[in-house]
Write a new protein. Structure first.
Length: 151
């Protein structure tokens, strides 16, 4: 059976979030946020940050009380995150489960993480038929735009 025909024969679609679902990236986030705060000499509270996890980064930063330099904060945060991104992996047990699901389902990811960091995390896995990141949508979660793009 050719790959194109095989893709159309699958009836199921499963859409996953990345952070906290497929991978545990809390340590990376915490270290990156702390590094950013120290470098810019500003207060960035990680506990508050976690409360808004899932929203686009800029929205989280605004919700935790930061009003200025959001683009610079994001740039430094992303650079810090990328330095250690190789430590973020899908657990072996979850990987086995995903491979089983892949046999009968399309698998997709919709994440609030940037496209660059998402690609760096997922590049070692060839499991997902579609990956939509914060950079692929005009309106981040909880807006359904990313889900519609996957569909």
């Amino acid at each position: 059976m050719n790959l194109t025909l095989d893709l159309f024969m699958k009836d199921n679609l499963i859409i996953f979030d990345l952070d906290g679902v497929l991978v545990n990236s809390k340590n990376n986030m915490k270290n990156s946020l702390n590094f950013t705060a120290k470098k810019l000499k500003i207060k960035l509270n990680f506990k508050k940050y976690l409360k808004f996890l899932g929203l686009p980064f800029e929205q989280i930063i605004i919700k935790i009380g930061v009003k200025k330099n959001i683009a610079l904060i994001k740039k430094i945060y992303e650079e810090a995150s990328i330095r250690k991104i190789g430590n973020i992996k899908i657990k072996k047990k979850d990987l086995r489960d995903l491979k089983k699901l892949k046999k009968n389902s399309h698998l997709a990811v919709f994440t609030s993480k940037s496209k660059k960091r998402t690609k760096l995390i997922l590049k070692r896995y060839s499991l997902f038929d579609c990956v939509i990141s914060a950079d692929d949508v005009n309106h981040g979660k909880p807006n359904p735009e990313g889900v519609f793009k996957i569909l």
